[in-house]
Design a protein around this ligand. Structure first.
Ligand code: ATP
Ligand code: MG
Length: 418
């Protein structure tokens, strides 16, 4: 993509009311737009990055057999009455509205109810199981606090997968597979080293659920980490749990963390309430055993910014960067640099390399400042100076300066070798 065509502009200042580092940088670099507190729109660069995250998650969900769907965001009251989750006393994050008829509607904050209900028409026998279904969907939550930029918003994309199994044993096998898939996802997204699988509160069906908590100052949770890498959420830390896990409080390190994902055993809570049953091999009717598995791609994106940004701007891991290469051309009067840079751009893109080409007519300072802010991992600089350089055996054809955004390491690479 040519930067001269990109409609977003970088900004020196973030909005005054924006307190979080992730949103400040993402707004300044043109990734997102703030609509109002806790509500953001994704612009071309932001959408590319979000879609990279979504792509990684999708591959790993497909790999464990997940089937992708897209459920409705608008929810009618009846299904949620069945599970006693319609009342604002039970669920305090609902956004509700009404149809012209006066019937009440809610904007989905999660999707256990509609999917369990939908599955009544699909699952009838043990032969229909196991099954796992997922989606990337906008959730609406009337969050009280929205001070963490895109890490906690009132409208956000969620990957939610739901599993359906015959019993707890079959469920446990899938649960473990999903856990491993999550480990892979966060590894591929570049935050594996900082992300811990924590024991968290489990609801009525299991002692614990598991959360994927990324250690990060901007996180809203507190976790305790053992030397062997096991970790516990603050809200479940007590003597009994410590004994259970054979851990000593004094051996645990406290850290702030952001919950980037979680996996949860639902058991038969939803299937019983909504009548999702199947006939087992003996012909006996039994409720389906369920689990749910969430990840917030926006929260992941914000967490990455919080963790990797430096004083100049964003620093993306390769797997989520909106482009692999930022080609920065410092044009000369005769147009020689432009000719080489144009050719290099064509060549790289024809090879499938994703390139953002800074072909704007502006100063070198502005171009470098913007490139630092935008945070693409590799920067290729073509200028009069690099074209004169005969480093790296360029045989007079000139070089391209290749700079790594993370390490700052610079290499001179012959123009002809791309
Ligand atoms: P939290 O405790 O942070 O409010 P939650 O327990 O409500 O999270 P879930 O309902 O399990 O979260 O949602 C699954 C995932 O969706 C979370 O792990 C997180 O990554 C993401 N998520 C949840 N709430 C938000 C939000 N308000 N904004 C952005 N992402 C969110
Ligand atoms: Mg919540």
């Amino acid at each position: 993509m040519k930067q001269s065509k990109l409609f977003t502009k970088t900004r020196r200042e973030a909005p005054k009311d924006e307190v979080s580092k992730n949103a400040q940088l993402l707004i300044r670099a043109g990734y997102i737009h703030k609509e109002m507190a806790g509500v953001y729109s994704y612009l071309p660069l932001g959408l590319r990055t979000l879609n990279k995250i979504v792509g990684v998650i999708r591959e790993e969900m497909d790999a464990i057999g997940g089937q992708e769907v897209h459920l409705a965001a608008l929810q009618s009251k009846s299904k949620w009455d069945a599970t006693k989750r319609w009342s604002d006393k039970e669920v305090d994050v609902w956004f509700k509205t009404k149809m012209k008829s006066g019937d009440e509607l809610g904007l989905g904050f999660t999707h256990e109810e509609p999917l369990t209900d939908l599955m009544r028409g699909q699952i009838s026998s043990y032969r229909d199981l196991p099954l796992s279904v997922y989606q990337f969907q906008t959730k609406f939550r009337n969050e009280t606090r929205a001070k963490s930029g895109i890490m906690r918003t009132r409208e956000f994309l969620m990957k939610d997968l739901y599993s359906f199994n015959v019993d707890e044993k079959a469920h446990a096998e899938f649960y473990e597979k999903a856990k491993q898939a999550y480990v892979k996802i966060f590894g591929r997204l570049g935050i594996g080293d900082q992300t811990y699988v924590t024991n968290a509160s489990g609801g009525s069906f299991s002692k614990f659920s598991h959360e994927f908590q990324t250690v990060c100052d901007a996180g809203e949770d507190v976790i305790y980490i053992a030397e062997d890498g096991r970790a516990i959420n603050k809200e479940v830390l007590n003597d009994e749990v410590l004994e259970d896990l054979k851990l000593k409080r004094t051996d645990l390190k406290e850290a702030k963390a952001a919950e980037v994902g979680n996996i949860f055993t639902l058991g038969t809570r939803f299937s019983e309430a909504l009548g999702l049953n199947f006939k087992d091999e003996a012909g006996k009717s039994r409720p389906v055993f369920m689990g749910s598995y969430g990840i917030g791609p926006g929260r992941v994106m914000g967490t990455i910014v919080e963790l990797t940004a430096d004083d100049k701007g964003i620093v993306w891991p390769e797997s989520v960067a909106p482009f692999a290469v930022h080609l920065v051309a410092l044009f000369d009067e005769e147009g020689k640099v432009k000719k080489v840079a144009d050719e290099l751009y064509e060549k790289l893109t024809s090879k499938g390399v994703e390139v953002l080409y800074d072909d704007r007519q502006c100063s070198a300072g502005e171009k470098f400042g913007d490139a630092d802010l935008i945070g693409i991992p590799k920067r290729y600089v073509v200028s009069e100076k690099t074209l004169k350089s005969s480093d790296a055996g360029s045989l007079g054809g000139g070089s391209v300066e290749v700079k790594d955004r993370v390490t700052g390491k610079v290499d001179m690479v012959p123009v002809g070798s791309f």
